[in-house]
Design a protein around this ligand. Sequence first.
Ligand code: ZN
Length: 216
Amino acid sequence: MADNVLAAIRGGATIVHLDVMDGHFVPNLTIGPPIVKWLRPVTEATFDVHLMIENADQFIPDFAAAGANWISVHQEACVHLNRTLELIREHGCKPGVVINPATPVETLTEVLDLVNLVLVMSVNPGFGGQKFIRGSLRKIAHLAKLREERGLNFRIEVDGGVAKDTVADVVRAGAELLVAGSAVFDGHDITANARNLLKAAQAAAPESKLAGVVRA
Ligand code: ZN
């Protein structure tokens, strides 16, 4: 895992996106705070922890202590979303909010001024290697417009199916943080995969402040 992360960073990735699944909110189980803590000394890159779990409040302190820089939670999984975002900030991390493909942007109206990033899921969360859902492009553009209208400065991240054939549309819609899993880690040359994907993104939106993100 450490070797793969470092290979992607050599290809231009600047953020390590960690998908945390609990087998309840999403039908899969992945990593917990010990893995984040173990990976922390490997790189100084920002750790972007995406919690796909119920009871996020219970685990936020552990992920912060393990070395998370950013922590994002799902709108659909947090009954007291405002409180949860504040809790993330209290633990020294930058808060983000995530919406699933079926969740409209309008559900975030009251929290857009509290977040560092909004993550638009472009697949239904749970597994890697899924096909990009094109309706998410409209949501990214909508968020970019709302941000401008309200003079806010959250960043727009997209997660799921970001690959060579979709990345141009994603950045043209307004996303700046691109999470890539299969597109970077499948095949034998992770560094070249990351470099080529970032190059394709930059070519599509030369003015955008893009950041390459890899999913660990
Ligand atoms: Zn994710």
